[in-house]
Design a protein around this ligand. Structure first.
Ligand SMILES: [Cu+2]
Length: 373
């Protein structure tokens, strides 16, 4: 295999950086991509709780720099900003150890003295199941997406994500050192909270629901919005019927709301809106628990649905690199009807093409890329 691929990717990264600089017409912005260090990774099953625990460290994190000394976060790389200033890398890929229900996660980052670090030292993490496809897209399932503000999730005992022994899973990680100085001795502990598969009463099987306003496998999903109000919509069908139990999502600054609509009736089935801080920056997206009122909207296989991402751009210039991703939990009527993933399809491969080859725990391959998944 050699080392040609990472270099090729680096070239892509640099050319994207150049394009971006031009598009913004900023005077000679040079993006300095710091060398990304790596550290050993271990995957263990806790013998008492059966939780799957992924640990890695110690990491040395150089400050993320742009144009000399300006931290990359100055580009607005927070929840409401652009992702393009960050590096994402595969931390580890491994076979899932046992049949279990996945119920949530806990993430802890500590410094060299064992002190807990702010969560935002980590910009973005993703837990991926390469052996199951997404509901809407024939791409590898993104089981968990964790942003700077999410330190943990524990789902109620009544629902769970079924995970099977031997499924190939992986963790993607994007660090975010905006302190302006090097961080040393950083350890990360990512605990996947599980329950035994024979748990009674048996939880309702839920799988992630994700619709992206601008999904193109292998390319960034961000897009541009013109001045004023605008919306971008994406029509889709689902291959298996089921209920949407909850909705949330991800938008950038100037985002307003996202809706899920029935194309034929025009009925709004779910709606989430952005949350703001005192300065008006987008700090997140509301969560709508649909299962509380009744049992959540029922989506029918093959029926057309539409996701609409609404932005209100108050400036006089187009805004580059926004996102609209509606997420949630989907309870299929019959999980046995979930279509098999085709790991040889072009889109599937493109979607994970920036990831590494299969690696066992303890080995680590570094690939850097632009954009969050
Ligand atoms: Cu984003």
């Amino acid at each position: 295999m050699g080392h040609s691929r990472p270099w090729k990717l680096l070239a892509i990264v640099l050319s994207l950086a150049a394009t971006r600089a031009k598009a913004q017409a900023v005077t000679d912005v040079k993006m300095a991509i710091p060398p990304t260090p790596h550290a050993p990774v271990h995957v263990n099953v806790d013998s008492a709780t059966h939780h799957v625990v992924i640990t890695t460290g110690p990491w040395t994190l150089p400050p993320m720099l742009m144009d000399g000394d300006m931290p990359m976060m100055m580009m607005g790389g927070n929840m409401g900003g652009s992702h393009e200033a960050h590096q994402e890398q595969t931390l580890v890929r491994f076979p899932w150890p046992q049949d279990m229900w996945l119920r949530g996660f806990k993430l802890t980052i500590t410094d060299r003295n064992g002190q807990v670090m702010p969560q935002r030292t980590m910009h973005h993490m993703e837990f991926v199941n390469f052996d199951r496809r997404q509901l809407v897209y024939p791409l590898a399932e993104r089981v968990l997406g964790i942003g700077e503000e999410t330190a943990g999730i524990k789902m109620p005992r009544t629902i769970g994500v079924p995970m099977d022994a031997g499924q190939e899973v992986g963790v993607f990680l994007m660090w975010n050192n905006d302190t302006g100085h090097e961080l040393d001795g950083i350890n990360l502990r990512f605990e996947l909270i599980t329950a035994p598969r024979n748990l009674t009463p048996r939880p309702v099987a839920v799988l992630p629901f994700k619709v992206d306003a601008n999904n193109h496998p292998g390319l960034p999903d961000s897009y541009d919005v013109p001045p004023g109000g605008s919306s971008k919509s994406y029509e889709f069908t689902v291959p298996v019927s089921g209920r949407l139990l909850g909705a949330g999502g991800h938008m950038h600054d100037n985002g307003v709301e996202m809706r899920l609509e029935d194309v034929q009736s025009g009925k709004v089935l779910a709606r989430v809106h952005t949350l703001h801080n005192a300065a008006g920056d987008v700090i997140g997206v509301s969560r709508q628990l649909l299962a509380i009122k009744g049992r959540g909207p029922h989506l029918r296989a093959g029926h057309p649905y539409r996701m609409v991402s609404v932005y209100e751009n108050k400036t006089n210039e187009p805004i580059h690199g926004v996102m609209g991703v509606l997420g949630g939990l989907f309870a299929p009527d019959d999980i046995r009807e979930w279509p098999k993933v085709d790991k040889t399809s072009k889109d599937y491969l493109l979607d994970i093409s920036l990831g590494p080859d299969f690696r066992q725990p303890g080995e680590l391959q570094l690939i850097t890329m632009f954009g969050a998944r």
